[in-house]
Design a protein around this ligand. Structure first.
Ligand code: GLU
Ligand code: ZN
Length: 490
């Protein structure tokens, strides 16, 4: 393992919307780099033209920027190992494949898919290991010529050593893989396209990566990469084998692995709902790591100061949306009011806000913002909490109406209307008005204010009622109560 400065990498493939598993990997690499004063290399593994897209590439960069996970080398910032997009490094891979072939570390395999399938089936039936059987390892030149004459194409396969591979995983400790479990594997397709199995370790070598932190799903490729690394070192193309650490699986609903396609996994969903980047990252950091037994809420600075790969837990982590939301709510409360108000910005406009832009009243919003801040789980909730202020008429939630507006409620609402009309326009008097109306009808404040709230805001839950009425003003409050009364009596 390297003793010099830490160089880690985040190397996603741009094949769709970023998901939370990917973000967790980025976060742990970033925290490791920042903690150790090392370098985070951001590399784009876009060698699969059929699946990669420019749009996904842009999204990846945009996501990293939104999250605040900055990189030291990579797209847009450049660096000594540029370019950082694998699609622009094809010559390097072809050249490396040629050198591996020339040195005998790799060979051409002419087996057809049908032949491979048939032999795999036979091996299975006989209870033998069913991976590639090494048939083309030592083909004579004549044999190759015959195959070529037959019109067969060939892939390039890496020759695995015939001895076990042992390494110390930074998370899991010592692991050993025996040769029968790691057969020779393809590194270049028949059409000449290099595969992940080649380009990923080649770039790790060229970019002098010292530590590879990635998901457990990639554990089976590690012995292959270590073997390839040894070959690269022999050829003078790599310096030393990096240390590997595999981050635990993230389990979703029903104790199944959280899949990329799971809606809960989509980073965009969290952005659109108004998670704060620091809230989401705080939660994701807990998927396999913790700051201290009694500390769930912390800043990224605190994480960076404390992060050590040795503390990563090997056990699967469970993705818990409720906990993610609770942590986000805490981060919302930690903002100063001005930052909170600004952060709400996107949800106070189209397409989120249902009111016309000219109805928005910044002063009224600023007055309510501190009350909203302590109540929101996600920023997008702000819209429904303040829409009553900016719409001509509130959006009435049917379930709320059914709950608060019972037969006979009109009498209470009528009394409340009279007392509210007479009240001085401040929260104290408004509260006393509703309290007194309740008393006349034998109701406690909570019960008495529910129909007023539904009449005025459309919902049974929301921001403190009397502050809301105060901001809404006498005229609008009374006219909304009148409408509700008319509806009740219709
Ligand atoms: N491009 C690979 C992926 O996104 C990188 C895996 C690795 O970290 O080695 O799965
Ligand atoms: Zn073969």
């Amino acid at each position: 393992m390297a003793n010099g400065p830490v160089r880690v990498r985040f190397c996603p493939s741009p094949t769709g919307n970023p998901h939370v598993g990917l973000v967790r990997t980025a976060l742990f690499n970033w925290a490791f780099a920042r903690h150790s004063g090392g370098t985070l290399v951001f590399r784009i593994e876009d060698t699969d033209a059929a699946r990669d897209s420019e749009e996904s590439y842009e999204q990846l960069l945009d996501s990293m920027r939104w999250l605040g996970l900055d990189w030291d080398e990579g797209p847009e910032v450049g660096g000594p190992h540029a370019p950082y997009r694998q699609s622009q490094r094809m010559d390097l891979y072809r050249d490396t494949a040629r050198k591996l072939l020339a040195a005998g570390h790799a060979y051409h395999c002419y087996c057809t898919t049908e032949e491979l399938d048939a032999r795999r089936e036979a091996a299975r039936a006989a209870g033998r290991p069913s991976g590639y059987d090494g048939q083309c390892r030592d083909l004579t030149e004549e044999r190759k010529a015959t195959y070529e004459a037959e019109g067969r194409t060939s892939i390039v396969r890496f020759r695995m050593p015939d001895e076990p591979i042992t390494f110390t995983d930074l998370v899991r400790g010592e692991l050993t893989f025996t040769p029968e479990n790691v057969p020779d594997y393809g590194i270049v397709r028949a059409n000449g396209a290099p595969l992940y199995t080649l380009v990923n370790p080649v770039d790790d070598a060229l970019m002098e990566i010292t530590h590879v932190l990635r998901g457990e799903d990639l554990l089976s490729s590690t012995p292959r990469q270590i073997a390839l690394y040894k070959a690269l070192i022999e050829l003078g193309l790599a310096k030393e084998i990096p240390a590997f650490g595999h981050l635990p699986y993230v389990m979703g609903e029903g104790n199944k692995k959280l899949s990329k396609r799971d809606p809960q996994a989509s980073l965009n969903l969290y952005r659109e709902r108004g998670f704060l980047p620091e809230g989401l990252l705080n939660y994701l950091s807990l998927l396999g790591w913790s700051l201290a037994a009694d500390r769930d809420i912390f800043t990224m600075d605190e994480m960076v100061a404390a992060f050590d790969v040795a503390d990563v837990n090997a056990n699967p982590a469970r993705f818990d949306l409720k906990k993610a939301e609770a942590i986000n709510a805490d981060h919302i409360r930690l903002l100063d009011v001005k930052t909170f108000t600004e952060a709400c910005g996107p949800w106070l406009k189209a397409p989120y806000a249902p009111w016309p832009p000219e109805s928005f009243d910044a002063a009224a919003f600023d007055a309510l913002a501190p009350l909203a801040q302590t109540r929101l789980t996600v920023l997008s909730d702000i819209t429904a909490n303040v829409d009553f202020l900016f719409l001509d008429e509130p959006v009435t939630d049917e379930a709320s109406w059914a709950k608060a507006m019972k037969p006979g409620t009109d009498a209470l609402l009528e009394t409340a209307r009279t007392k509210i009309a007479e009240a001085e326009w401040n929260t104290e008097s408004l509260k006393n008005a509703v309290l007194a109306a309740g008393e006349e009808h034998g109701l406690k404040l909570g019960k008495a204010q529910a129909p007023v709230r539904v009449a005025v805001t459309g919902r049974t839950v929301g921001l403190p009622l009397f502050e809301s009425l105060e901001l809404l003003g006498r005229e609008r409050t009374l006219s909304r109560i009148d409408r509700a009364l008319a509806a009740l009596r219709a």
